[in-house]
Design a protein around this ligand. Structure first.
Ligand SMILES: Nc1ncnc2c1ncn2[C@@H]1O[C@H](COP(=O)(O)OP(=O)(O)OP(=O)(O)O)[C@@H](O)[C@H]1O
Ligand SMILES: [Mg+2]
Length: 505
């Protein structure tokens, strides 16, 4: 028995950007009804490859055969017409339009008389319900949905095209545990109907769970194609990705010292509708992790501590002195730094250079010294680029041209550049989209910062990450802290139980 006829064949795909050969002869074959996982380090070329497939980039060389015939995907519409739908890493929704309008944006049916609004809304509601999210109102402005909601809308749009191939670029990055389970249910439904899925993720355990075969990219080339997802060992995959053996470990944790001064104290903080009576402390040198589902209030807690939201009640104290509530300027002056969850909209000036973005936080330090300081600034930025392995290592490159994971590193580099005045670093999903090798580097850097006496308060959807990195863990459920304890006394199962108890799973 031969292998089944491929649905998609990509051969020798080359794509160059000024100064970068992002794809250097990539091969990929995808069979009908399979989940084909695309793996590779940050900057390996995954997103570029799928943009070629989506018609968003034109390849410089190579051929694409889809459903048995050579195709030229001249633009996004051509790709959709051919039967290829794409869910991008940085979601391409229009915030000011409604859910239904986004679902049917640029749609064939819209042009063929699918114009009645009520009809579009009904169709959108059906698609959302099929995705297990019938509660999202089709008329709601997309900009007002949380990250997970936007993800669902993007997915609904992909489904609306009756595609034969759906490409998903890190779809789980913005999702909590239970939502990932829902995503996998949808993927299984699609594949059992013969639809093929190309799935990109940095979470290897997901590849095991949902994947059939794996293709590994490294530096714009496919270094392995079509490996079995279930049986290829993690060591093998990681060494293919990195070209070396990476230890996927957390930095060593110092013994807890209860006599260290409190950097942060939060007392009875309350933001109605989001969280209630939250109290916590972070000591100098301590890493405190919040575990909880998306929507549990964890991000809102961080944002309120940082002054981006104004609490109805309660206090935030830094070094024992209250900080003016609802005022990020005051928070920064008192030594708080924050790397927020949605880097594209909140954290980065996308068209600015890496250096420009990294030194935003340290501006005051460099501003008054003229050109001499600019040289020093550039040298500092170069050191951060090296420390975090930001690629390509060019401080003048616009951030918009970096891969997703490298953009995340730029957000962190900004705070690491100027840790002198920093007392508390707040991190919301610090490793989202960051590959396994670079994660280990980030963990080490975060622990180093703590080692200098900075307090760290972080949120991660990945429970093993919270348990591995934090000293103390707070479990948040429905806006309340339901458990506080030493990370060493907890395991993944017990935390997941506390997170989900009483939820609709
Ligand atoms: N529009 C662009 N202009 C210039 N360079 C680009 C552009 N888009 C991508 N690149 C470069 O191409 C390379 C591949 O990037 P790509 O986004 O495909 O990586 P990726 O594998 O998706 O990484 P990640 O896991 O971080 O998302 C990187 O070096 C990136 O900086
Ligand atoms: Mg990418």
């Amino acid at each position: 028995m031969g292998s089944p006829e491929p649905l998609l064949l990509m051969r020798g795909i080359v794509k160059e950007f000024p100064g970068v050969r992002a794809l250097d002869g990539v091969d990929l074959d995808v069979r009908p009804g399979e989940v084909h996982c695309l793996l590779g380090q940050n900057g390996a070329g995954k997103s570029t490859l799928i943009k070629v497939l989506a018609g968003a980039h034109q390849p410089d060389q190579g051929e694409i055969v889809f459903a048995g015939a050579p195709v030229r995907l001249a633009g996004p519409t051509a790709a959709m017409r051919a039967g290829i739908a794409t869910i991008y890493q940085e979601l391409d929704l229009v915030d000011g339009l409604s859910v239904a309008e986004n679902v049917f944006l640029g749609h064939e049916r819209a042009r063929l008389g699918f114009t009645r609004r009520a009809e579009a809304e009904r169709a959108a509601r059906d698609l959302l319900a099929r995705l297990g999210h019938g509660e999202i109102p089709p008329r709601r402005e997309v900009g007002r949905l949380p990250a997970a909601g936007k993800q669902v809308v993007s997915m609904a749009r992909a489904l609306s095209h009756d595609a034969r191939l759906i490409v998903m670029d890190e779809p789980s990055a913005a999702l909590a545990h239970d939502e990932v389970a829902n995503l996998f249910r949808i993927i299984r439904e699609l594949t059992s109907a013969g639809v093929a899925v190309v799935y990109i993720s940095h979470r290897l355990e997901e590849i095991r769970e949902i994947g059939d075969r794996v293709t590994v990219l490294k530096d714009g080339r496919s270094v392995a194609g079509g490996l079995p997802a279930q049986t290829t060992s993690t060591d093998e995959i990681v060494s293919l990705m990195t070209g070396r053996d990476v230890e996927y470990v957390f930095p060593e944790r110092p013994e807890p010292e209860d006599d260290r001064p409190e950097v942060l104290r939060v007392e009875d903080l309350t933001l109605p509708g989001a969280f209630e009576d939250v109290s916590l402390t972070v000591r100098a040198g301590e890493i405190v992790g919040l575990a909880g589902l998306v929507g549990s209030g964890r991000s809102e807690i961080l944002e309120t501590v940082y002054g981006a939201r104004r609490p109805a009640r309660g206090r935030v104290l830094i070094d024992g002195r209250p900080v003016r509530p609802g005022d990020t300027g005051a928070a920064v002056r008192r030594g708080m730094g924050m790397a927020p969850e949605e880097r594209k909209s909140q954290a980065l000036l996308m068209n600015e250079s890496v250096a420009g973005n990294v030194s935003v936080a340290g501006l005051s330090r460099y501003a008054s010294f003229g050109w001499l300081s600019r040289r020093r600034e550039l040298a500092d930025v170069r050191r951060q680029i090296e420390a975090l392995d930001i690629r390509p290592p060019d401080p003048r490159r616009p951030v918009v041209t970096l891969s997703g994971g490298n953009q995340q590193k730029v957000v962190l580099a900004r705070w690491l550049l100027d840790p002198d005045g920093l007392r508390l670093l707040i991190l919301d999903e610090p490793t989202r989209g960051v590959d396994v090798g670079a994660r280990a580097e980030l963990y080490a850097v975060i622990r180093q910062l703590a080692g200098r006496g900075i307090g760290v308060l972080l949120v991660s959807s990945e429970v093993p990450e919270v348990l591995g990195l934090a000293d103390r863990v707070l479990v948040v459920r429905e806006g309340r802290v339901v458990h506080t304890g030493d990370a060493r006394d907890l395991d993944e199962g017990s935390v997941l139980n506390m997170i989900m108890e009483g939820s609709a799973l």
